[in-house]
Design a protein around this ligand. Structure first.
Ligand SMILES: [Zn+2]
Length: 524
């Protein structure tokens, strides 16, 4: 940080646009399928974005797997069958309610039409029939839960002392379907597209999973999905891991991988995506220890946030109240971040109890248990789940790092990335391109540093000033320039290179023979 002069961006919208434009122009993130008009909610990571992403993944595996003795890495398949996802509740309940405009045929997500305050009015309208409905006895083949604010509606039902049996939820939901429509008509909410008030009588569920068909047959046994979260791959492998690795409690299974959600309205760049990547841990514990384990994982997540260079002033720990938690969770903490578009979820930490293993045990008719070898006690382990979205992490890192200051009267933009995640750690340049001995020495220095630090960039485009600006914008912490002084008296062993620091724009000279030691210290 250049002290005394840092422009703070007042206009957050502008900041978001700047991040998106930098991401594209500097090879971090591209709209997928851009050549053919682009696909909403899907992005490609370019050369520098891929390096940034890999650095984060490698750090995550190092911190949460390699540096521990109680963690197992997993790489489960992206394609999942219908049975496990039915057991997990995703086939029935992982959905958004949509309401159609009968005039123009556009389908809208109801939670985009009705804000949170208005939801209370809708829920008020709905409460009475819910109570009637849950006491009804007829059987309905519906979905699990049909409300935009699922947990909120659930808690409302709970407060009315209604039991949580699945059937009652089905009934309750069925009856909630019409209330968004009644409400929208009552306030004469217009369709954004055709400006008419012509809402269908009921909202319909739109399942967010991407469905596919395996093989040539088209019966339900061949139905498969792209997984909506990596966690289910861990739960369904619990027994395999127990039988093959024989872990003792507590232990965890960690996984990084893609997940898919057919979001109706993907938005905010890489925040709400249809193809996303997650870094998730399922940590299996004895139920007695859940409080201490939860605290421990909360600290671990904070440590991780700091380690990757998030602006800790923008990170907020939000304790999720009883009414807003999933009903099986006794405690959930969201880590929210001040993105340019507002404070939204970045990471989640949930105590899931034995919910997941019990659901899969019931559906698969297989015991998913643990027997303590000392106490000889058999039980279903409980689970603490630290869950981290990788794309959101990248967005938060970019938002934390984006900085503008002023040098010599000109605005300068740089990414103040933590060297641990920066795509390139060092850029090496020859001062001039037309002096062979300088280019040769710069090449030698480049080879020497690249062998040691891997992500080192060679940059001989334009003049040195332009190279600095480019390296600043991609967050390279250090530039090394081999110049005339380096080869003073023709003796490279005594020569020095000019090292230029990204954040301060200051330069110093370090002996070429000392560079590896210098950077080992700076980059660790
Ligand atoms: Zn319309």
């Amino acid at each position: 940080m250049l002290f005394g002069y840092t422009i703070t961006m007042n206009n957050n919208e502008q900041l978001m646009e700047k991040i998106i434009s930098l991401s594209k122009n500097r090879g971090f993130i591209f709209q997928a399928g851009e050549l053919y008009g682009g696909m909403a909610g899907i992005y490609d990571y370019g050369p520098l974005g891929s390096l940034l992403k890999n650095n984060i993944k490698n750090l995550w595996i190092k911190k949460f797997v390699e540096n521990r003795r109680d963690m197992y890495l997993l790489d489960s398949a992206i394609v999942m069958g219908e049975k496990p996802l039915t057991a997990s509740g995703h086939v029935g309940g992982f959905s958004d309610p949509m309401i159609e405009c009968l005039n123009c045929g556009t389908k809208h997500r109801t939670d985009n039409l009705i804000n949170e305050l208005e939801m209370n009015s809708v829920l008020d309208l709905a409460l009475k029939p819910i109570n009637d409905a849950v006491h009804a006895t007829k059987d309905i083949n519906g979905t699990f839960l049909n409300v935009f604010q699922k947990e909120k509606a659930e808690s409302l039902i709970f407060e009315k002392k209604v039991s949580d049996s699945n059937e009652e939820f089905l009934l309750a939901n069925k009856y909630l379907g019409q209330y968004p429509s009644i409400y929208l008509k009552s306030i004469e909410k217009k369709c954004e597209k055709c400006n008419k008030v012509a809402w269908a009588d009921e909202a319909h569920e739109f399942n967010l999973m991407l469905k596919t068909q395996l093989g040539s047959s088209s019966d339900s046994s061949s139905t498969a999905y792209l997984r909506p979260e990596t966690a289910q791959g861990i739960f369904v492998n619990y027994k395999n891991i127990m039988d093959s690795m024989h872990p003792k409690l507590p232990f965890g299974v960690a996984q990084i991988g893609k997940a898919y959600r057919n979001e109706i309205t993907p938005r905010n760049f890489i925040f709400r995506l249809r193809e996303l990547e997650q870094m998730e841990i399922e940590y299996f514990i004895h139920p007695e220890n859940w409080k201490a384990e939860f605290e421990y994982w909360k600290d671990e997540m904070l440590e991780w946030s700091e380690m990757i260079g998030l602006d800790m002033n923008k990170l907020h720990e939000v304790e999720i109240g009883e009414n807003d938690r999933a009903h099986y969770s006794q405690r959930t903490v969201d880590f929210e971040f001040d993105y340019p578009f507002g404070q939204k979820e970045l990471f989640g930490l949930a105590y899931r109890g034995d919910y997941d293993l019990i659901k899969h045990a019931e559906a698969s008719k297989t015991k998913l248990q643990y027997t303590d070898p000392v106490a000889n006690e058999t039980f279903v382990p409980h689970i603490i789940e630290p869950s981290m979205g990788l794309d959101r992490t990248i967005l938060a890192i970019l938002a934390s790092a984006y900085t503008e200051d002023e040098i010599d009267g000109n605005t300068r933009l740089y990414l103040a990335l933590n060297p641990l995640v920066a795509p390139y750690k060092i850029a090496v340049s020859p001062l001039v391109k037309n002096k062979e001995y300088i280019v040769n020495e710069a090449n030698r220095v480049f080879g020497q540093l690249k062998a040691e630090f891997g992500n080192v960039s060679w940059d001989d485009n334009g003049n040195v000033g332009k190279r600095y600006r480019r390296q600043d914008e991609i967050g390279t912490p250090f530039c090394v320039v081999v110049d005339y002084d380096t080869l003073e008296e023709g003796h490279a062993d005594f020569g020095t290179g000019s090292i230029r620091h990204r954040d301060t724009a200051e330069q110093e000279r370090v002996a070429i023979t000392e560079l590896n030691n210098y950077f080992t210290e700076k980059l660790s």
